[in-house]
Design a protein around this ligand. Sequence first.
Ligand code: MG
Ligand code: MG
Length: 248
Amino acid sequence: MITIKSKREIELLRIAGNIVYQTHQYLKPYIKEGITTKELDKLAEAFIRSKDSTPSFKGYEGFPTALCISVNSEVVHGFPSDRVLKNGDIVSIDIGACYKGYHGDSAWTYAVGEINEEKKFLLEHTEKSLFVGLEQVKPGNRIGDIGYAIEQYAKEHHLGVVRELCGHGVGTSVHEDPEVPNYGRKNTGPRLKEGMVIAVEPMLTLGSPRIFIHDNNWTVDTEDGRPSAHFEHTIVVTNDGYQILTGE
Ligand code: MG
Ligand code: MG
């Protein structure tokens, strides 16, 4: 069931979203060669808890940590570990925070030091594909319009679209209806209405979009080992478009 959020709920979702945004900003200066992904997770968890909120992902269906941190070919759901970030890596950091029962969810892929041209291309165009998808968000448009726009943009830039994972509704649960695929057909799927809150989150690859899952049963990785990127915002549908909740 797709819920329409009340004004009060949207205010709580805005606070949760802003905590997620602040956590990204707080982490940024630490995303450098030499830090472990576990250290980033610890810093973020302490920060989230200092804001009267809890990490949405820790314990979610058994997920062990506050953040999902996915390096290079890892697409999503990487486990923070003793892995040390190196110059030239790209690292996708997915953050969820819950404030008074309401969630925010946003992922960003960061460069560690100097990255090569093809990784720069991947980051630039995966981020752009998020906003190309968001341009479709307004009352009357449909979920398929978002996926269609993202998929077309990815195709134009010869990037692969991971199809096994989708965006989603956000509210008192971090994952609610509807599913928001990063592919689709125009004018199909549920209609967008003012007060819906959804996370849009393209996951694009430099090579084939085919994936496999690590033995930990969570971490999604590209089959060909080529890099992938992930950009996500939680937004609310307004009367004439959308507002980002996980931004400033
Ligand atoms: Mg996320
Ligand atoms: Mg999400």
